[in-house]
Design a protein around this ligand. Structure first.
Ligand SMILES: Nc1ncnc2c1ncn2[C@@H]1O[C@H](COP(=O)(O)OP(=O)(O)OP(=O)(O)O)[C@@H](O)[C@H]1O
Length: 299
C-alpha cells in the first residue's frame, strides 16, 4: 500500500532523512521508533504529503501523495502538536471535517460520543491537552480514513483513554483494513499495537521487521554445564550477548527456537531454559549488534 524508495530530506545542512526505503502493507499497524531528532516527524510529514522530499519516491496505491488532493482525502495525519481552530466547538470542527473528507460517517461520529464524553458545544481552547487529543481521534475516526498517520498519538491521555483508543484503532484495522503508521517512544505500547516495526536512527532506517519475526528470531537462554562451556557451544550459536550469573550462563542468541534447543541439548547441559524476551530487550541486543548503544536509540 505505502511504498517508499530512497527518500531524502535535508534542512539547511542537516540530513534529517537519509535514503529511507520501506513498505507498509494495507491493514497493518506499523510502529516507527527512534530517538529524539531521529527524523520520525520529518518522515511522517513527507508520507502525509505535508513536506516534499528532496529526492526519492513515495507511492500510496501507486500514486504520489504530495499535492494529490484525492489521496489526501483518504489520509489523516495527527501531529504531535494539534492544529485546531481554537475558537471552534466540536460541532463546528465536525462540520469542517464533513466538508473535507468524503467518507465522513455521521452515525459513527454520534456513536463515538459515548467513547469521548465531551460536550459538542465545548470550544477547543477551553479543553485540556488530553481532551483536545481525544477530539482529534474522535474526528479522525469519524472521517473513516484509509490511512491514519499518528505522531506520538497517545501522549497526554490517561490509561483508560489510551486503552479505549487502542481498541478503536484495532477495530478499524480489523473491520475495514485501515492502515496505521504510528511513531512512538513507548516500546510497550508499540509491542501491544503494532505488527511491523521500523527503527530510525540519525535519519537512517536501521531495522524493519515483522514483530513476530523479530520475536521468533532472538531468544534468551540460561545454561549451566558440569565443567567448562563446550567450545562448540560458543562457535555454533549466533550469540548477541552473554552474561555469567553464578554458575549459570545467560546467552542472547539469534536463530530459530527449535534449532537452538536441539543444539544446546546435544551439548548435555545440567541446566537449560529458553526464556521469552520483551520487545525492549530485543531492541537492546539487536541494536547493540549493529553497533549502537540502546540509550542512544530509544528513550
Ligand atoms: N523545520 C526544521 N528546520 C530545520 N531543522 C529541522 C526542522 N524540523 C526538524 N529539523 C531537524 O531534523 C532532524 C529530525 O527532526 P524530526 O523532528 O524529524 O525528529 P523526530 O525523530 O521526530 O524527533 P522527536 O522524537 O524529538 O520528535 C533533527 O535534527 C531536527 O533538528
Amino acid at each position: 500500500m505505502i511504498d517508499v524508495k530512497n527518500l531524502k530530506k535535508e534542512y539547511e545542512d542537516n540530513e534529517a532523512v537519509q535514503d529511507v526505503s520501506l513498505h507498509i502493507r494495507k491493514g497493518s499497524i506499523y510502529g516507527l521508533l527512534g530517538s529524539n531528532g531521529a527524523g520520525k516527524t520529518t518522515l511522517l510529514k513527507m508520507l502525509a504529503g505535508i513536506y516534499k522530499q528532496d529526492s526519492g519516491e513515495i507511492k500510496i496505491d501507486g500514486q504520489p501523495i504530495f499535492e494529490n488532493t484525492e489521496m489526501k482525502e483518504r489520509l489523516i495525519f495527527l501531529s504531535d502538536s494539534l492544529y485546531f481552530f481554537p475558537q471552534s466547538t466540536i460541532k463546528q470542527l465536525a462540520s469542517f471535517y464533513r466538508s473535507i473528507y468524503p467518507k465522513w460517517n455521521e452515525e459513527r461520529f454520534e456513536r463515538l460520543a459515548e467513547a469521548f464524553p465531551i460536550p459538542l458545544t465545548k470550544k477547543v481552547h477551553r479543553m485540556s491537552k488530553g481532551m483536545q487529543r481525544q477530539v482529534a481521534f474522535w474526528l479522525a475516526l469519524s472521517a473513516m480514513p484509509d490511512i491514519l498517520i499518528l505522531d506520538e498519538p497517545l501522549d497526554g491521555l490517561d490509561a483508560v483513554m489510551r486503552q479505549k483508543i487502542r481498541n478503536l484503532l484495532i477495530q478499524d484495522v480489523a473491520d475495514r483494513e485501515m492502515t496505521v503508521l504510528i511513531s512512538s517512544h513507548n516500546l510497550r505500547e508499540v509491542e501491544d499495537l503494532c505488527d511491523y516495526i521500523g527503527i530510525l536512527h540519525q535519519g537512517k532506517l536501521m531495522i524493519e521487521k515483522e514483530l513476530d519475526d523479530l520475536k521468533s528470531d532472538v531468544h534468551k537462554i540460561q545454561v549451566a554445564f558440569k565443567k567448562d562451556v563446550p567450545l562448540a557451544f560458543l562457535q555454533e550459536l549466533e550469540i548477541l550477548h552473554k552474561e555469567q550469573r553464578g554458575s549459570v550462563l545467560l546467552f542472547i542468541v539469534r536463530g530459530k527456537e527449535q534449532k537452538i534447543a536441539s543444539f544446546v541439548q546435544s551439548q548435555q547441559p545440567v541446566v537449560f531454559d529458553i526464556l521469552p524476551l520483551t520487545l525492549e530487550e530485543i531492541f537492546i541486543y539487536e541494536m547493540g549488534d549493529v553497533g549502537y548503544a540502546i540509550e542512544n536509540i530509544l528513550v
